[in-house]
Write a protein that binds this ligand. Structure first.
Ligand SMILES: [Zn+2]
Ligand SMILES: [Zn+2]
Length: 115
């Protein structure tokens, strides 16, 4: 039996943030989809080159594995909503914005509103 790689606390934390963004397409509650665009660009990642927690995008079950989803018709999906790489960029950008907002909010709270 293959040993399953356990996500570190940091990776788990990132995955929680990705999922908390909601589906990139419709905003519904989402789960993390690991992108497949690494390696040679044809989906061949090569040994030991599996997508990490930082290469995931949030998609709801229907946009993830439904009848029109990134898994069932990737080409049409990407031509409609953008490539996995573009969606990943959006995901990371949104998390960055969220973290900046959190930082500012914490700063605001610790300084009792005096920014
Ligand atoms: Zn969706
Ligand atoms: Zn997936």
């Amino acid at each position: 039996m293959a040993k399953k790689k356990v996500a570190t606390a940091k990776e788990k934390n990132h995955l929680d943030k990705v999922a908390s963004l909601g589906c990139l397409i419709c905003g519904s509650p989402a789960i993390c989809h690991h992108i497949r665009n690494r390696g040679d660009g044809k989906g061949n990642l090569g040994f030991g080159n599996r997508a990490t927690a930082y290469e995931t995008i949030p998609l709801c079950p229907s946009h993830h594995v439904g009848s029109f989803s990134i898994h069932s018709c990737k080409q049409q999906f990407e031509s409609m909503y953008g490539t996995e790489k573009e969606l990943l960029y959006r995901t990371l950008k949104e998390i960055e914005n969220m973290e900046q907002a959190n930082d500012l909010f914490n700063f605001y709270n610790t300084n009792k509103g005096e920014i």
